[in-house]
Design a protein around this ligand. Structure first.
Ligand SMILES: [Zn+2]
Length: 243
C-alpha cells in the first residue's frame, strides 16, 4: 500500500507538471496571436489617420488657392477704386471689396481650423506610431523567447507523458480509476493530512480514520472531498511512543 501511495503521489506530481506544460503550449500561442491582432488594429488606425491627414492637406491646398484668388480680386478692386470718380460706382466697388474681405476672412478661419486639426492628427499619429513600434518589438522578442519555451515545453511534455504512462501501468487499476475521477473533479486526488485535517478541503478527519491514515495499511479517502489521504513520513509518530 505504501508503494502504491508513493506511485500515486509521483503520478500526481507528474500530472500537475503535465498540466503546467500543456497550459504553456496552449496559452503562449494565444498571447502571441492577441499581440499580433493588436498590431493589425493599430496599423489600421494609423492608416486611417494618415488618410484623414491627406484629405485635410488637399482641403488646405484648395482653401489656400481660394484665398489667393480672393485676395488678388480684392487688390485689383482696390487699384480700380483709385481711378473711379463716379460716386455710385465707387460705392458699389467698395461694397464688393468689403464682401471680398469678409469671404477671405472666412476662408482664413477655415484654414486655421484645418491646420489645428492637422496638427492634432499629426500628434496622435506620432503617438500611435511609437506605440506600434513598441508593440512590434515586444512581439518580436516574445516570439523569439517563446520558440525556446515552446520547444522546451514540448520536450518536457514528451518525457513527462512517458513517465506518466509507466506510472499508470504500475498503479493498481482500481486506485488509478478512483484517482483519475477525483483528479478530474478536484484538480488533484491526493491530499496531505495536516493536524488531523484534510489539506485538500480542510475538513477534520474523524480520529479513528486519522489513525488509519497514519498506519498507512490501506487507502483512506477523505469523507468530504474523496481525496486519498497521506501523511508525510516525518509527521508519523514513532512506534516507540516518543510522541
Ligand atoms: Zn478532503
Amino acid at each position: 500500500m505504501k508503494e502504491q501511495l508513493q506511485l500515486l503521489m509521483r503520478l500526481q506530481d507528474i500530472d500537475i507538471q503535465v498540466d503546467q506544460q500543456e497550459a504553456i503550449l496552449e496559452q503562449l500561442p494565444q498571447e502571441l496571436q492577441e499581440m499580433a491582432r493588436n498590431l493589425v488594429s493599430l496599423r489600421h488606425e494609423i492608416s486611417e489617420t494618415q488618410e484623414t491627414m491627406a484629405s485635410i492637406e488637399i482641403e488646405l491646398q484648395t482653401k489656400e488657392s481660394e484665398l489667393t484668388v480672393e485676395q488678388e480680386k480684392i487688390k485689383r478692386s482696390e487699384r480700380r477704386l483709385l481711378n473711379i470718380k463716379n460716386i455710385k460706382e465707387h460705392e458699389a466697388l467698395s461694397r464688393e471689396i468689403r464682401l471680398g474681405k469678409k469671404v477671405a476672412g472666412e476662408i482664413e478661419e477655415i484654414l486655421l481650423d484645418l491646420m489645428n486639426r492637422f496638427e492634432q492628427l499629426k500628434k496622435a499619429l506620432e503617438k500611435k506610431q511609437a506605440e506600434y513600434s513598441d508593440c512590434e518589438n515586444t512581439l518580436v522578442n516574445k516570439k523569439t523567447q517563446s520558440e525556446k519555451i515552446l520547444l522546451d515545453a514540448t520536450k518536457a511534455l514528451e518525457s513527462l507523458k512517458a513517465e506518466q504512462q509507466k506510472l499508470a501501468e504500475n498503479v493498481n487499476k482500481e486506485h488509478y480509476k478512483r484517482y483519475t475521477m477525483v483528479r478530474k473533479q478536484r484538480g488533484n486526488a491526493i491530499a496531505e493530512m495536516v493536524n488531523g485535517s484534510c489539506d485538500g478541503c480542510h475538513i477534520a478527519i474523524p480520529p479513528q480514520m486519522g489513525l488509519q491514515v497514519l498506519r498507512q495499511l490501506e487507502f483512506i479517502y477523505c469523507p468530504n472531498c474523496h481525496r486519498i489521504l497521506y501523511v508525510k513520513p516525518e509527521n508519523i509518530p514513532s512506534p516507540n511512543g516518543a510522541q
